[in-house]
Design a protein around this ligand. Structure first.
Ligand code: ZN
Length: 272
């Protein structure tokens, strides 16, 4: 009803492309309906198999920024649905027979205290909640699990190289409950809005991986959008370090219900 009232007062526009009508128009929604494997050009050691619902560019980037930084909290629903698609894609890629009833734990990447204060809300948790609802509606036994929290002070990572980001992040995340570990066999999926260099996901995945047994599936990750690789002509920086723009969308073509098995989504051999 509130939405209906708002519609009477404020003409709603698509957060992606600006056309009047829905908060996210059909064309822009479709840009977030094709989960792909996302991978940094240079895999940080331990980068988790990661699916992204779309490429962080154009209308998708505009929509994520509107949600994250410009107060359009209502976008949690469509962006959460996109995140759910990415979660479904990456969990479907785990090799081996599907285990009936195996729970899927969505672990939101904790924001920095400064970011939480500035935004007045935890936008990643809101995305995770919407994604859980969507996955449960689809019959997946998903739930949110706040397994991680941040420790200490971390510099803003803007402008840092990939190696500097890793150093900056080392020791950033700890288990929110010491000794707390996910149930054996559960699929653990880190969730975040955007992946750039992969350093943050790698750091967080390392903390979670330490809680897993040898028979457990790998820690996975899913994001709304991944920064696409820049034009092929862009030379690799002479320092040999990846920059935040180096993430690519690996697969070509629309999501058809399957993505390559996890062992092909990630791994140090997969460079171009
Ligand atoms: Zn649009």
């Amino acid at each position: 009803m509130f939405a209906a009232l708002v519609d009477l007062v404020l003409p709603r526009t698509c957060a992606g492309c600006g056309v009047p009508g829905a908060m996210l128009c059909r064309a822009c929604t479709l840009l977030l309906a094709q989960p792909r494997a996302a991978a940094p050009r240079r895999f940080p050691d331990g980068f988790p198999p990661t699916a992204a619902a779309g490429a962080y560019a154009g209308p998708v980037r505009a929509a994520v920024l509107a949600y994250k930084e410009r107060g359009r909290a209502e976008l949690a629903a469509p962006l959460g649905t996109a995140l759910a698609l990415a979660v479904a894609a990456v969990t479907a890629a785990v090799p081996g027979p599907a285990v009936p009833g195996r729970s899927v734990l969505l672990v939101p990447l904790p924001s920095t205290p400064a970011a939480l204060r500035a935004r007045g809300r935890d936008h990643v948790r809101e995305l995770a909640r919407c994604a859980v609802a969507e996955l449960r509606t689809a019959g997946l036994p998903a739930r949110e699990a706040e397994l991680l929290r941040r420790r200490g002070r971390v510099r803003d990572s803007a402008g840092l190289s990939a190696a500097q980001r890793r150093a900056n992040l080392a020791g950033t995340f700890i288990l929110s409950r010491p000794g707390g570990r996910p149930p054996p066999g559960a699929l653990v999926v880190l969730v975040d809005d955007v992946v750039t260099s992969g350093a943050t996901l790698t750091e967080a995945a390392g903390v979670l991986a330490a809680t897993r047994g040898t028979a457990d599936p790998p820690v996975l990750a899913a994001v709304v959008a991944a920064t696409p690789r820049r034009a092929a002509a862009t030379p690799v920086p002479a320092t040999g370090e990846a920059s935040p723009g180096d993430l690519r969308i690996v697969a070509a073509g629309p999501f058809t219900g399957t993505v390559p098995p996890v062992d092909r989504l990630s791994g140090r051999g997969r460079r171009d």
